[in-house]
Design a binder for this molecule. Structure first.
Ligand code: C2E
Ligand code: CA
Ligand code: CA
Length: 768
């Protein structure tokens, strides 16, 4: 029974040997049971056996057993096979018995009781069927008992049916053998059975332990791999290794028997093996999915397949991260240049097909360099992030916002009504960007300029479109920043001029093409000169004199304003320190220069180097400068003030004019912008404004200078309004130091005040 129900499947030959041994052992067993039983039968008469019939009975036993084995059932459900096999087995036993009985040679006749013969056959049949049925169920012990019972009952019940009638005559055949030989044969057969079964058992044990070791080793191997392994048959999970259970988050027991498609939806195992991995999403118990890659192999036989599953989620995440890095700006999360260019190509192609226009808006932060210098890296990053958020907030979902440079952003806007849409968006961006940013509890104003290029009018290919939008933004900056411009033909030429100016300006600084003019400002009441404003002049070797309004914005843009500014400061102080009248010298500070970290030290240095007393130096600062970063501005102004220099707010009324600035900052003076003065005569509103400014300054104890006084009328109006100082062509044009010296003693102006004409000599200079 153990040979027929091995614990492990061996290879084919081992199987044949084993089942052959089992068949022989059983049938020889049946035979020896019979003949040993016969030996126990000792009638008082000579007994011998017919050898050929003995052999035939053995062969019948073997044949019956073999046939029963051949038609044996494989599963407990095969009832017909169970019955057929049992009956064949019983028939074999019966045939063996009765032929064996026929081999008995006695001096008489053997009679059978038919009832007991039938009973013996029936009992044998029933026990065989039961035994075989138990065997298929794996109950080997009970199967053995029942099969033994089948053999024993057949033999001994059948023997019970025998009656011997003595006739005193014995038909001795030539091949008869006496009992003693039969004893030898039976003993031999017993030894044979023992030998065979022991040998086969030993072999089987050897095989099965080897197989068990192998199976354990395979299990360990499967469990040791990092990859999940699933054994699959007909779409069902048959087994899974440890890595697979960990991967899927379920134990093997609950995985086995489930359809594989439960775990990996869509996984299609085709009959061909998959050598290159395929990616799938595996379903996890918590409802999430895991990216996996699968490979499969069919097993050697039996239709099982091995599916190898590897977790590639980390790899996928890395891929996504790289993808992001390649296509998105890490600081703001906006598309980067790469992605922007792709999107632009796509937008233009789409526009060609659908006749929907595209606008490219180029957004550039104003004076970003100086903001960066003043506030540092962290704050600028904050500003950039907030800018990105504002821009993204102004566009529709179909538009793309990208960051393509440090402080350069672009927007691809698809339009149905081209220009109005772009103009509205540009307007919105400019006004959104004019709102203060909040950075570390400070509010900072960083405006933006915008250039707009339309497709296809302003460029048929992405490159041209980008270039022209960039030109337009430069023009917007040139026009005064914080505004937007459409691209126009001719901008490029202008820009080229600008670029060459930038180059020339570097040379100018090195080669002393710069000089200073001084324009007096006088006491309104006495018309005595109180001081001079230093104004920068550039004599270009080819183009002649270039007005500061043309080159100072360029210098500011490219950062040259810092060295130029300190040159102005040093030169102004050095040139005027020895002037006998000791006038105040007023120097303009550009925003970039003012916000530069070393400005206080620079001013202190210049004063020390040139020996100009601090009280003779006045610094002119525009309102816009203060807006950029009020905290920082206040700190700088306070430090400058501590040096003893005077501070004056230039161009008052043009910028963000805010009284709060005047109150907050330690200014000594404000300069009313030229535009108000020129409007004084024919615009009563201008007069009201100037009046208000003067009244306010007085309450804050600030001096007021009116700039750009060109007419006597303006002068007398300002005098009437109570303005302390005036400056303008009427009182003196800007002149070089040499010219001023030359004119020093000559009578110059005929100033006619409201009391009538009066001759005034060259303004007496009131000492500071
Ligand atoms: P600003 O500071 O407002 O300087 C006054 C400007 O008005 C000067 O122009 C001056 O020549 C002009 N001006 C004076 N009186 C009259 C007048 O009665 N009528 C008219 N129409 N104009 C008058 P300028 O020299 O061309 O300077 C223009 C601007 O350039 C200055 O405006 C100032 O913002 C800037 N600038 C000049 N020199 C420097 C400098 O050394 N550093 C910096 N950062 N900026 C400078
Ligand atoms: Ca000025
Ligand atoms: Ca001014």
């Amino acid at each position: 029974m153990r040979l027929l129900n091995p614990r492990h499947q061996a290879d084919q030959w081992a199987g044949v040997i084993r089942s052959g041994t089992a068949i022989l052992a059983f049938s020889v067993g049946v035979w020896t049971t019979h003949f040993i039983g016969m030996l126990a039968f000792r009638p008082d008469m000579p007994v011998s056996f017919d050898v050929p019939l003995c052999v035939l009975s053995l062969l019948l036993s073997i044949a019956g057993t073999a046939l029963a084995y051949a038609i044996r059932p494989r599963t407990p459900d095969e009832k017909a096979a169970t019955i057929a096999s049992g009956l064949v087995l019983a028939a074999g036993i019966g045939a063996m018995h009765f032929v064996g009985m026929r081999s008995l040679i006695v001096p008489g006749v053997v009679h059978y009781d038919p009832d007991l013969v039938v009973a013996s056959l029936c009992l044998g049949g029933l026990c065989s069927i039961a035994g075989i049925s138990l065997m298929t169920r794996g109950a080997t012990v009970w199967a053995s008992v029942l099969l033994a019972l089948a053999v024993a009952s057949t033999h001994f019940v059948a023997m019970g049916s025998v009656t011997l009638e003595l006739l005193g005559r014995m038909d001795v055949t030539p091949l008869a053998t006496p009992r003693s030989y039969l004893v030898l044969a039976a003993a031999g057969a017993c030894f044979l059975i023992l030998f065979m079964t022991i040998t086969a058992s030993a072999l089987d044990r050897h095989f099965s332990s080897r197989l068990a070791t192998e199976a354990r080793r395979f299990r360990a191997l499967a469990d040791a791999t990092f990859e999940g392994l699933i054994f699959e048959q007909d779409g069902q999970i048959v087994d899974a290794n440890r890595a697979m259970c960990e991967l899927a988050g379920i134990d093997a027991a609950s995985m086995i028997g489930r359809p594989l498609s439960d775990l990996i939806p869509g996984l299609e195992l085709r009959s061909t093996e998959r050598e290159s991995p395929v990616e799938y999403d595996m379903r996890l118990p918590d409802g999430q999915t895991l990216s996996v890659e699968t490979l499969w192999r069919s097993g050697a036989d039996s239709g099982e397949r091995v599916v190898a599953i590897r977790d590639i989620s980390r790899q996928k995440a890395a891929e996504r991260r790289i993808e992001r890095m390649v296509r998105y700006d890490p600081l703001t999360g906006l598309a980067n240049r790469e992605l922007f260019e792709q999107q632009l190509h796509r937008a233009l192609a789409l526009s060609d097909r659908s006749a929907v226009g595209v606008a490219l808006l180029y957004v550039d932060l104003d004076r970003f360099e100086s903001v960066n210098e003043a506030l540092g890296h962290h704050a600028t990053s904050q500003i950039l992030i907030q800018t990105a958020r504002r821009l993204a907030g102004t566009v529709r979902e179909t538009d793309t916002v990208a960051r393509i440079g440090r402080d350069e952003f672009v927007i691809i806007q698809s339009l149905t009504e081209q220009s109005t849409g772009a103009a509205a968006l540009a307007d919105r961006i400019v006004s959104e960007m004019a709102l203060p940013f909040s950075v570390d509890d400070q509010s900072v104003v960083v405006t933006a300029s915008v250039g707009v290029a339309l497709y296809p009018a302003d460029g048929a290919v992405p490159r041209d479109l980008i270039k022209n939008a960039a030109l337009a933004v430069r023009q917007a900056k040139h026009d005064g920043r914080g505004r937007w411009r459409y691209f126009e033909m001719g901008m490029e030429l202008l820009l080229r001029t600008k670029r060459s100016l930038e180059h020339d300006l570097r040379v100018a600084l090195k080669e002393n093409q710069l000089s200073l003019n001084y324009q007096p400002f006088v006491d309104t009441a006495t018309l005595e000169v109180v001081g001079y404003e230093a104004l920068l002049r550039w004599d270009h070797p080819e183009r002649g004199r270039i007005p500061p309004a043309d080159f100072i914005p360029i210098a500011e843009e490219c950062g040259l304003i810092v060295p130029i500014g300190s040159w102005v400061l040093t030169t102004a102080c050095a040139e005027t320190v020895s002037w006998a009248q000791k006038p105040i010298i007023s120097v303009n500070l550009s925003p970039a220069q003012f916000l530069q970290p070393g400005i206080v030290a620079t001013v202190a240095d210049v004063l020390k180097q040139t020996g100009l007393p601090p009280k003779r130096l006045e610094l002119e600062i525009t309102e816009g400068t203060l807006m950029a970063d009020t905290q920082n501005a206040l700190r700088i102004l306070t430090s400058l003030k501590a040096l003893g220099v005077k501070l004056s707010m230039d161009d008052f009324g043009t910028g963000y004019s805010s009284l709060s600035y005047l109150r907050k900052f330690p200014f000594d003076k404000i300069k009313i912008d030229r535009s108000f003065v020129s409007d004084l005569e024919d615009d009563s509103e201008a007069e009201t404004i100037v009046q208000a400014i003067i009244a306010m300054s007085r309450s804050l104890r600030l001096d007021v200078t009116a700039e750009g006084v060109e007419t006597k009328q303006q002068l007398s109006m300002l005098r009437a309004l109570g303005c302390n100082f005036v400056q303008g062509y009427l009182l003196g044009r800007p002149r070089s130091a040499a010219q001023l010296e030359h004119q020093a003693a000559k009578p110059r102006w005929h100033i006619i005040d409201h009391d009538g004409p009066r001759l005034v000599t060259t303004p007496a200079v009131r000492s500071a």
